[in-house]
Structures are given as structure tokens and as C-alpha cells.
Write a protein that binds this ligand. Structure first.
Ligand code: ATP
Length: 199
């Protein structure tokens, strides 16, 4: 079973594209969603976060004190690296357990991760897809989706590798602009992955 990583900048359209792959029958592991889940479900990770960032990292009801943790890691690379060093391996473990549940006849799966390259997660994938969209479209889509300002979106963008850096690492590119059909590009890649696995 092939493991295909899919990534792209904030608002590039990763999730939208993964939904199309799902319609074609491809199982998708949403790493960012799983990361948020295990932050409140994985007992070992929770203890490690408390040890590193203080007991106040969680409320008494078990919810993550996002404000507290975000205040520590925001604009502090060393602290952010500490958090990533706890969360990323936990997500890798979750992916390994998830893939064991995927039926053997499935030819390939997708792993969607905003930080596929930054986290080193791409090394555990056979191939990677990068979604590229013009900045003006990403800004418009995310400000509309999340109700935030252009500057807030830009601040998030600054924390990711640029598309130019990621292009050098990606095996495939999907262009999510208003000129190219997303569905046609997804179907083309889907066929290519099926061909690879049929050999
Ligand atoms: P994030 O990194 O923030 O999670 P993402 O890369 O997963 O973002 P999406 O959530 O798929 O991006 O897309 C961002 C927004 O833009 C969504 O509201 C989505 O519906 C919209 N969108 C994405 N692609 C298109 C498109 N081709 N046409 C119209 N709307 C689109």
C-alpha cells in the first residue's frame, strides 16, 4: 500500500482536494485534526505536555488550555520545537495504528499534513503532493472561512516553508487556481497511483 503525503500552505485547498480523493475511495488521514484530538486523548502525551509547559496546560475538565500553550510557543522557536517534538511522534504513532486498520486491498492512502515537510513526516511517505494556490486566493478563502484578517493569515503563512522551498521536495503539484480543474488533476494522479501499485 502506497503512502502519499499531501500538503500545501494555509488555505491552499488541501482538505478540499482530500475530499475529492475520498470520493474516489481513497482513505485519508488528517494529521492536523488527529494532532488536535490526541492533545486531549493521549495520556502519555498529555503528561509530557504538562511536564514541559506546566500543569495549567490543561483545565480540570481535561480540555487543553490553548491560550496558555499558545502564549508560550508563539514567537518562541525553541519552545515551539519542544511542543513539536512531543506532538509529531505521537501523530506518527497514530498514523501507524490508523494504517493497520485500512483494508489490504486498498492500493494507496493519503496523509494530509500542513507541516508534511517541516515535520519530516514526508520521509515516511512514498510520494508527496504539494497544493499550490495564488496568495490572493488563499487570503480571500481563509479570511472568509475563519473570519480573520489578512494580517492574521499572513502571520500563519510566515510559520510555514514557502511554496518555492516545498516545490523542491514535492513529487507532484496540484494547482488550485481558478484556471485549472481540481477534479481533473485529482483523477490524473489517482490513475497514476493505481498504475504504480498495479505493477
Ligand atoms: P488549512 O491549511 O487552513 O487547513 P486547506 O489547505 O485545508 O487550509 P481548504 O480548507 O481546503 O484549505 O480550503 C480553504 C477554503 O477555500 C475553504 O473554505 C474551501 O472551501 C475554499 N476552497 C478551496 N479550494 C477552492 C476552490 N477551488 N474553489 C472554491 N473554494 C475553494
Amino acid at each position: 500500500m502506497l503512502k502519499i503525503g499531501i500538503t500545501g500552505g494555509i488555505g491552499s485547498g488541501k482538505t478540499t482536494i482530500c475530499k475529492i480523493f475520498e470520493v474516489l475511495g481513497t482513505p485519508v488521514f488528517y494529521a492536523d485534526k488527529v494532532a488536535r484530538q490526541i492533545m486531549v486523548e493521549d495520556a502519555v502525551l498529555i503528561e509530557a505536555v504538562k511536564d514541559t509547559f506546566g500543569q495549567e496546560s490543561y483545565f480540570d475538565n481535561g480540555a487543553l488550555n490553548n491560550k496558555h500553550v499558545a502564549a508560550i510557543v508563539f514567537n518562541n522557536t525553541a519552545e515551539l520545537e519542544k511542543l513539536n517534538a512531543l506532538v509529531h511522534p505521537a501523530v506518527f504513532r497514530a498514523f501507524d495504528s490508523w494504517i493497520e486498520q485500512v483494508p489490504q486491498h486498498i492500493p494507496y492512502v493519503l496523509k494530509e499534513a500542513a507541516l508534511l515537510f517541516e515535520s519530516g513526516s514526508y520521509k515516511m511517505c512514498d510520494q508527496s503532493i504539494l497544493v499550490i494556490a495564488p496568495e490572493v486566493l488563499k487570503l480571500r478563502r481563509v479570511t472568509e472561512r475563519d473570519g480573520i484578517t489578512d494580517d492574521q493569515v499572513r502571520a500563519r503563512m510566515d510559520k510555514q516553508f514557502t511554496d518555492e522551498e516545498k516545490r523542491l521536495m514535492a513529487d507532484h503539484i496540484i494547482h488550485n487556481n481558478e484556471q485549472r480543474s481540481l477534479i481533473a488533476q485529482v483523477i490524473e494522479l489517482h490513475r497514476a497511483f493505481l498504475k504504480t501499485t498495479a505493477i
